[in-house]
Design a binder for this molecule. Sequence first.
Ligand SMILES: Nc1ncnc2c1ncn2[C@@H]1O[C@H](COP(=O)(O)OP(=O)(O)OP(=O)(O)O)[C@@H](O)[C@H]1O
Ligand SMILES: [Mg+2]
Length: 418
Amino acid sequence: MTTERTLIGLLLGTEEDWPRAFEEVLRRLGPVPGTGGTRHAFDCERITIEPFGLRDRPRYHLVIDRLAYWYYHPREWLKKVALMDGVYLLNSPFTFQSMEKHAAYCAMMRLGLKVPDTVLVPYKNPVDNARYAYTAARYNRPFDLDAIAGRIGYPLYMKPYDGGAWRGVSRVRNPAELHAAYDQSGEMLMHLQKAIDDYDAFARSLSIGAETMVMRFRPDQPMHLRYAVDHGFLTPQAGGEVVTIGRLVNAFFRWELNSCETLVKDGEVYPIDYANACPDLALTSLHYYFPWAIKALVKWCVFAMATGRRPRFDVAADQYFEVADDPGVSYAGKLDAYRALADAYFESERYQDFCATRLAHLDEIVLDWVAGPGFDELLVQTVRSVYPAHEHDQFIAHLRGLLGMWVRDESARLRASA
Ligand SMILES: Nc1ncnc2c1ncn2[C@@H]1O[C@H](COP(=O)(O)OP(=O)(O)OP(=O)(O)O)[C@@H](O)[C@H]1O
Ligand SMILES: [Mg+2]
């Protein structure tokens, strides 16, 4: 049997937790039988940043990027290796740059999703460009901010069109807060968005390739308590809709590692934020769900490489628009059709089959590792690097409790399926 070596590159900023977990699980997994009588052996390296010739050939076959959203030299390297060298990138760098929040809102509104009413207002402060004064004097129409807010209705959210990490997000309850928030927005370009208030559940889903984890999110809690461990917080119907919306967004834009925020109220699902090129994978915030995320990431990378899946950078928007524009299809019918398109894009059935036949032992490998001393060491080191010294004991105990619960649940699940 011939062995093909695959090199996975990690493009990292400050994270240590999930990269170390990923490297370890991939190492423990070992070579995987591919299709057509070959064996696939995986190596993993952290990518360094250095000058590159545009005709240089990269050594990597697949890259997981966590850096390009703010560091532009590796961002351009990603585009080069995607366009010139066929390197597999989980998220298309092209759509992630052009389809930030704003474009993602537009696309999903066009597809009929219940995105709350949203208005983009011009910059508060002059744009730093010598042409601005003349252009603004000639073409910027005065506008009535209060009237816009009045049409949307209070409360509303003012937030950057391309946001992330809650930068510049404010909840606005009245005209005084509206003007204060707009004055503060300065050089940021802002959306005003109708608030979905008194929602029944905030669902944050994390999608990795063909898998999605829907988690109950509590934005008012400190970071380590935001994801609640709660398996039945949505009705099966709302849960299915949340999964479909996450997969739809990702298939539409060619993203394979992304999170999606939806608010569920009276059985309706409202997507509010679903363009997160660098979704939260931190052990300290995902805790119980961290082993799932690492496993899903390993499985997806291995599946993509061992089956020769090709990255797609073209978006096939028309397929989706055809469904959207069909007046004879209900909202539920459209969701079904989108789900089918997304499942086809992610090769969901082939992926499930691949995991069941080639990666069946991975569950045991990960359980063994999470239950052992190596994982505990990672947990302790992560807490030490994130929290001040006087909080270490508290957070170590907190995380050990949640991961211990995962180990018990996972052991029971594997016993039941044996
Ligand atoms: N339309 C809305 N209705 C209700 N709550 C909202 C709405 N928009 C935003 N929020 C609240 O504000 C938070 C931050 O908004 P948003 O997710 O759009 O910004 P962000 O900068 O992307 O944050 P993050 O990086 O944490 O995802 C949301 O998690 C939610 O709690
Ligand atoms: Mg958000």
